[in-house]
Structure formats: C-alpha cells, structure tokens
Design a protein around this ligand. Sequence first.
Ligand code: IPE
Ligand code: IPE
Ligand code: MG
Length: 251
Amino acid sequence: MAIFGKDEMEGVTLDRALLPRHVAIIMDGNGRWAQKRGMPRSFGHKAGVEALREIIRHSDHLGIEALTIYAFSAENWKRSAEEVGALMGLLLEYFTKELDELHREHVCIRILGDIGDMPKGLERQQQALYAAMEKTKDNMGLKLNIALNYGGRQEIVHAARVLAQRVKDGEINPEDIDMDRFAAELYTAGLPEVDFLIRTSGEMRLSNFLLYQLAYAEFYQTDVLWPDFDRHAYDEALLAYTRRNRRFGGV
Ligand code: IPE
Ligand code: IPE
Ligand code: MG
C-alpha cells in the first residue's frame, strides 16, 4: 500500500489515509486554565481562541474534511453576564478578523445551533455569523462547523417538529420518516458521519453535544485544558484514532 502524507511525531508517523473524515471537539477547560493563573475566566477564553486557531489550521493542513467545534451550548447562558459578554465579544472579533483568511483557505463555515434566537444586544454577532456563512458557503475546503447556542436535544426536538409539520401538511407520510430523512433535518445535514469526538479537560460527559450524530463516534478524552491543546496534542489524539478498531456492531 502506498503510504503518503505522513506527519512526523516523535518517531511515530500519522498515516493520513487512516484519519477521521469528521472530527468533533468539546473545547473545555478555559475557565480552569485561567483560574490556575489567578486570572479571570475571560482570559482563558481568549487563550482558547488561540488554541482553536491552531487546531483549525492543522485540520486543514492534514486534509480533514469536517471539523465541528462546541463553542457555546444552549445551557451556557446560565453563566454570568460578564462571561457571556466576553465570549460573545471574542466570537465577533474572531469572525471579523479571521474571516478573510479562512475564506482564502477555502474554509466553508456553518453554524450549528439556534442563532436566530439569541438574546437582545447580540445583533452584531448574529450578523457576523450570517455573513461568515454566506461568504464561505460555496467553499470546497475544510468544513468548519461551529456549534453555538447549540443543544443536541433541542436539535432533535426541532427536527421532529419540522417532520410532524410536513406530515400535517400532507407532504410526507409518517412511514416516510427514516434515519436519512431525520438526519436531513439536523444542523449537520449533508456532512459526513462524525468519526471522532475529543473532549479536553478531563470531563467525561457529552454536555448535550451532537446526541444523534455521535452514535458510533470514537471517544477520546484528555486532561489537557483547552488553551493548552496544541497541534502536538491533536496529533496524539489522531494517532490514537488511527489505532482504534471500529466495529459498528459487527465483529
Ligand atoms: C469551555 O471552557 C469553553 C466554553 C464553555 C465556552 P469552560 O469555560 O467550560 O472552562 P471550565 O470547564 O470552566 O474550566
Ligand atoms: C460544554 O462545556 C460546552 C462547550 C464546550 C461549549 P461546559 O463546560 O459548558 O459543560 P459542563 O457544564 O461541564 O457539562
Ligand atoms: Mg467547562
């Protein structure tokens, strides 16, 4: 077998042919990273954006088809106004500063989540998100999906409601609803299956992330806090993936 495009890693090589097509990441631990330094949580979020920038660039470099990152959950509104404000500010800054470069790299941005239903005062953020999606929608490079005001249960309930309405309107019959038709109503419609889920900071829970889509994803967790999750930590995770034996219920 011809082996191509290998990344060197302390004597180990990453075989690109075995990499996941779709990686999902729960970027966790920003707050604790800041706390350890005696700094406010927003300091951790700022550092988290830097980590994200590197991981996006490296995913693109490795030729990964889709990267889905959990940026803000539907439950994260419970945090203080100060922290939410800092996070939203960083988001706006990210999309205004990085958009041109991402576009140049042919990155296609999609937001997963209910961005039409954000609290008042975030109109500029909303506009920046819509503009980023619109500008990059035809790009054929890395599919970068940002889960924002996202909840997996909310997504599933929304899909059920859309399909129920179609049945009511006489467009489809209940028996037409199968897994393909259901998946087509999720935010991830048209994307490859999620192969690999990474969660940083040692937590071992899904926190309402991609509940439907993670059915057969390989799960990887690391104690590394998100701001410290660099290209090398990512390579290590990907290497672990290439060594997994996925069975999908078979033998
Ligand atoms: C993840 O880091 C970033 C977001 C949830 C937006 P946290 O802010 O959850 O950091 P910890 O888990 O409190 O350390
Ligand atoms: C999940 O992390 C959400 C994001 C990473 C955006 P949380 O820090 O909000 O999750 P819990 O509260 O520890 O479950
Ligand atoms: Mg957290």
